[in-house]
Design a protein around this ligand. Sequence first.
Ligand SMILES: Nc1nc2c(ncn2[C@@H]2O[C@H](COP(=O)(O)OP(=O)(O)O)[C@@H](O)[C@H]2O)c(=O)[nH]1
Ligand SMILES: [Mg+2]
Length: 473
Amino acid sequence: MSLPEHDTIVAVSTPPGQGGIGIIRLSGSRSFELARRVFVRGGKKTKPSRGLQKDEDLQPRRLYYGYIVDLEGKEIDEVLVSFMPAPHTYTREDVVEINAHGGPVPLAKILKLLLQLGARLAEAGEFTKRAFIHGRIDLVQAESVLSLVNARSERGLYSSLQGLKGSLSREMEKMAGEIFRLRALIEAQADFPLEDVAGEDYQEIWKRVEKIKDQAVLLQRRSAQGRILQEGLKTVIAGKPNVGKSSLYNYLLNEDRAIVTPVPGTTRDLLTDYVNLKGIPLCLMDTAGLRAGGDAVEKIGMDYARRAIADADLILFMLDLSSGIDREDLWIYSSLPEVSRQKVLILGNKLDLGDKVAPAEVKKLFPGNKLIKISVVTGEGMETLEEEIVKIVNAGEVGGGESALVLSARQAGLLEEIVGSLEDALEALAAGLPLDLVAVDLENAYSKLQNLLGKEIPADLLEEIFRNFCIGK
Ligand SMILES: Nc1nc2c(ncn2[C@@H]2O[C@H](COP(=O)(O)OP(=O)(O)O)[C@@H](O)[C@H]2O)c(=O)[nH]1
Ligand SMILES: [Mg+2]
């Protein structure tokens, strides 16, 4: 690493803006000294006295009440300060946290003061990077910090926390260990010509590679669920014009975002927003109604709609109960992609205006799918709809579940390569190839696992990863 790792860094660790409190964090060998120079203890009775005089004044991991004063001794803010000596800190260095009253002005002043005294402004992710460099956390955990910062929902937060606690790392370490042992076993055999390798040994190796591959695939599946928790379940409302798609969009968002009119073809654009539905984040999209014809603008809108549908996790296919199911509805329904990772819910809207759809008809037209009857105007059936969405996610039909993992794009990419290498190994075994060729594939999988855990990772890539963090983390 080219950067000096041992200078003292400082940053505002809380999000920008008008917060209740703001935290300024210092890390490095000079943090105590710098903090002492600007911190003045204060109590109800004692008048502020400049600086901390004696070491006894200051015990680790205690909150001290007082003031930050500038170089002229003028008070900047009332604060609580804690001093945390290395190595039991986030970065494994001496850390000071100053809890200020927040508001951008005092925070900026305190920060400037510490910079004047010789601290350096931390780069994005530098605190976490130091934690990693000093071996407090591995890379998987470091990336979980990033996910945590970005988590959109409580459950996304939970799965990032799992990564941070190291459960994901432990599983990967276990896989790496197993591959390592397998390679040792193969090496022991590799000196013999293939026909001398005992059939049982060959079988045994095969079985064990298969087991590791299954584990990797499971991680992959769980990470797909994690993506949903983090980025939101891509939910697209689709159907012919005028069935109430925009009305549903507004209802779920709880605001009038989309224009609703009785004129078919009103929505021409793709509208997207995030909704938190009982703890599940939806990335909700309202689309232009699909129909034959329409002007140029509407056609572009329909094009957007089709693309959004192809990319969705969940499709809310809407029709109008009061006018019944017609050819247009069936045309749209039959054009929905049949992809197993996607789920379609059929919504019959405008229940308040009547219901011309018989249960037998639903069974015949949409085999294996049920119809949820709603009225966006009266709110009837909406609770059922929301519960159904939660159920689908919880059942893992489109993702979710407690065991979901949040992986960064880098991690997901590596995991895919690991699965690929393990599949290659299995193919080589199936083809009865010599074991040293199998060993090459295992070696590949092994080094990628190490890469995932940040053990054999090039420095520039490391810089890149930490650059994605925000400053102060
Ligand atoms: N009575 C009734 N009217 C509805 C309902 N949902 C939507 N509408 C009306 O149907 C018309 C079309 O709605 P809109 O949301 O723009 O449909 P879209 O074209 O599918 O986006 C509007 O006049 C809405 O007020 C409903 O549940 N009941
Ligand atoms: Mg609309």
